[in-house]
Design a protein around this ligand. Sequence first.
Ligand SMILES: [Zn+2]
Length: 263
Amino acid sequence: MDIVDSHAHLDMREFDADRDAVVQRTWDGGVKALLCPIELSEPRSRPLVLELCRVHAWITAAAGVHPHRAEAFLPSHLEALRELTLAGKIAAIGEIGIDHHYDFSPAPVQAEVFRTQLLLAQELNLPVIIHSRNAGQEVIAAIEETRFSRGGILHCFTEDRRTAERMIDRGFLVSFSGILTYRSASALRQIAASLPLEKLLVETDSPYLVPQALRNKSKRNEPLFVIETAKVLAEVKKVSLEDVAAVTGNNFRALILEKSAPA
Ligand SMILES: [Zn+2]
């Protein structure tokens, strides 16, 4: 197996007790690339993720301020993103975006912080990792208004098909999490079936969203479980698991790992 988990929060406290063991079995089980977002408003996140990336060359960092934390956004976070980019420590800005399911930060603040980070990503020529929940229209409007053109990943996709298509048109890959495997998610599986595999990714969003088949066994999700989501995507697309792993892996590497020429 050679598969990519496009989104895992290995910095979270859920992994404090056994992080090294989790990382080891992730690699041994066949996950050969993984993206881990640094949450800049959480002081422990940056050193922890950078150390993971230093030790494990197959782990890649992104960095940003999550929409839930938009109220904690500071100008110094933009400086941190510039520094990390110049030092070659991050391959994307994120996760960033808008979440109207929870609205943990006020909507106008989320919109402003999202736009600010999109503009910086455009300037730095970095792709973005977008979190969008009940916010597809607004996310697309922000991309248009900021003229953001570098593309990225629409992570943990739960929006409608039109949003997926419009994001793909704007250079984005659509990443499916364990939600794709849930019994209640037949509408999401239909959307996945209708989209080209060359524009898709799989992710765990660990430690959240354990895939259906493992929900009785583990309360915590971990990167190796990405295989369960890939199996369901393979069924939906009527291709083999190996094909899903290979194509989504290529998609990820072309967008995130192969550095494009500086702007
Ligand atoms: Zn997210």
